[in-house]
Design a protein around this ligand. Structure first.
Ligand code: AMP
Ligand code: ZN
Ligand code: ZN
Length: 403
């Protein structure tokens, strides 16, 4: 009898100390450079399990330029580049008289570069908790705030450890986080090095799939009743580039006349010798496998030109082409360029990213058409039942995905 009471007491205590979390929770996962159609390249049983009773899309349309930093930050703010501040992986701000590169820690951690409100701030402002196991912007005190948990980017941190860390934050008894992020770079790296159609990319897709399997298994172990919503995205796709598709600037202009701010395939530069008209005419009259724009003529659909961080000229390479100076091409050797690149026009379906969502907030077995990644900020706010900050997205346009 005594034993029986003890058993009841333990059962009661365990119910009291670990109530299943009633607040909506969301885990945002990014596989950098995972092209939308990669899922059809090999068996992906774990992705398929989520898709079967969740949501997927034909493609997640990135913002232009289709680069890592602008897109990761667009996803968490719902803002186009001219409004979110990240108009490239590399930038120059004439007002700050400062340069931004993704390897410059002091720039990456400087909040002045990041405009708008990332979702983790929206979460924290609502009195909830956020934990970022890497995400562009999460290392800077944007609006003088930070997520409750965050980490300085370290590309060498093992992928399983990243999953363990974010799952611990989300399932702990005391103060579990309502919103978590986790980021993986290896699909992008393999895509750059070997090209999107390589066996190495197939192996990277299989690795991503097994990490999803690991995540589901660990989550089930930590919380068998888990109601965590999962949203898997990527920032952009990948195109094959080759030595036969070079655009050598020296054939049209004197490279000494320009100061390159951001690189191919979306090359941005300023004139340094007061010959803007001459530069433009030379490039425009030879336009072949690229487009050239003066800043004021950049197409509105890029949502780019209304930023003082965008320099005077933009050149956009045609799919698969690489623009650079002769000196650069010669320095990189005869085999350059090869493998894969991204940054091309965001109309190009090869730049489409991945979208898969699963959990109590999402509908079952829905396949959506391509949609723009800037809508996801509003969707995330809806799921977490918090008030979104003003943004460029419209969650109504993708409401089909939600229950
Ligand atoms: P890219 O292919 O040039 O657009 O950039 C991809 C690279 O961005 C990855 O290989 C990562 O190493 C890097 N990266 C991603 N997130 C961060 C971050 N928070 N801080 C610094 N580098 C990052
Ligand atoms: Zn990327
Ligand atoms: Zn990349």
């Amino acid at each position: 009898m005594r034993k029986y009471y003890f058993f009841l007491a333990v059962l009661f205590a365990s119910c009291v100390t670990k109530p299943s979390n009633q607040n909506p929770q969301l885990l945002l996962i990014s596989f950098d450079g995972f092209r939308a159609d990669y899922l059809s390249k090999t068996d992906t049983p774990n992705f398929d399990r989520l898709i079967e009773d969740g949501v997927t899309a034909e493609g997640l349309i990135p913002i232009f330029p289709t680069k890592t930093f602008p897109n990761h930050y667009a996803i968490v703010t719902g803002l186009y580049p001219e409004n979110n501040g990240l108009v490239g992986n590399n930038m120059y701000d004439p007002e700050m008289d400062a340069r931004y590169t993704m390897s410059d820690r002091s720039a990456v951690e400087n909040p002045d570069w990041y405009l708008g409100e990332p979702i983790w701030n929206t979460v924290e402002k609502a009195g909830k908790k956020a934990g970022s196991m890497f995400w562009v912007g999460s290392e800077a005190p944007i609006q003088n705030m930070r997520p409750t948990h965050w980490k300085t980017y370290d590309g060498r941190m093992p992928d399983e450890d990243r999953i363990d860390t974010v799952l611990t934050w989300m399932t702990r008894d005391k103060d579990p986080v309502d919103f978590g992020t986790v980021y993986f770079s290896f699909v992008d790296s393999r895509g750059h090095r070997y090209g999107p159609d390589s066996d190495e990319v197939v192996k990277a897709i299989q690795k991503a799939d097994s990490l999803v399997g690991y995540l589901i298994d660990e989550l089930t172990k930590l919380d068998p009743e888990s109601k965590i919503n999962i949203m898997i995205v990527s920032d952009h796709g990948m195109s094959e580039v080759s030595t036969g598709r070079k655009i050598v600037l020296d054939e049209y202009i004197d490279p000494g006349d320009i100061n390159i701010i951001s690189y191919s395939p979306a090359l941005m530069f300023n004139a340094v010798n007061d010959n803007e008209e001459e530069l433009y005419n030379a490039l425009k009259s030879s336009e072949n496998h690229y487009k050239v724009y003066r800043k004021s003529d950049i197409p509105d659909r890029y949502h780019l030109k209304n930023s003082h961080r965008v320099p005077e000229f933009l050149m956009v390479a045609e799919d698969g082409y690489t623009i650079n100076t002769l000196e650069y091409f010669e320095r990189r050797g005869q085999d350059y360029p090869n493998g894969g690149a991204h940054g091309f026009d965001n109309n190009n379906k090869k730049m489409d990213g991945l979208f898969i969502a699963h959990g109590p907030a999402f509908n079952n077995g829905i396949k959506m058409e391509r949609f723009e990644n800037i809508h996801l900020y509003g969707v995330m706010a809806k799921i977490l039942k918090i008030k979104p900050a003003p943004n460029d997205g419209n969650p109504e346009s993708v409401k089909k995905m939600l229950r």
